[in-house]
Ligand binder design. Structure first.
Ligand SMILES: [Zn+2]
Length: 137
């Protein structure tokens, strides 16, 4: 959807007025023209922040309105959550499982790659299985 309305002064939640337009009930700005103090989720992330439960207060659009991103207030943003020790351990366990071949003796772990998801075997075991299949054929 392209912009149908001309630029106008739109009011931001903090009372400031900026040049933009209203789309879907939100103050809207062109890509690269977001007012200061507002940031996309990705920009918050880069600054070590997260929205912290607040909703979007404005948006930017590009590609003639076919792409858009919500803007959050930086003053209401909260520090990015840190995973708990239990969550970090769970991730380690999952990554270890992705490197452990179930058909190798003693659950050998591959170092240079993650096992393919299907079949979950190391390349040596896959090659071995292919050789056996060729002998049987
Ligand atoms: Zn293996």
């Amino acid at each position: 959807m392209s912009r149908r309305t001309a630029l106008q002064w739109v009011e931001l939640p903090d009372g400031r007025c900026e040049l933009g337009w209203i789309d879907h009930g939100l103050p809207t700005f062109r890509f690269g023209h977001a007012p200061s103090g507002l940031a996309t989720r990705r920009q918050l992330r880069e600054a070590g922040l997260c929205p912290g439960g607040q909703g979007i207060v404005a948006q930017i659009t590009w590609k003639r309105g076919r792409r858009w991103a919500g803007l959050y207030r930086m003053d209401l943003a909260k520090p990015k959550r840190r995973p708990s020790l239990g969550q970090q351990l769970a991730v380690c366990k999952a990554l270890r499982a992705r490197r452990t071949c179930p058909t190798c003796p003693a659950g050998q772990r591959v170092k240079d790659y993650y096992l393919p998801t299907s079949p979950r075997r190391c390349f040596d075991c896959l090659r071995h299985a292919e050789e056996i299949a060729q002998l049987a054929a």
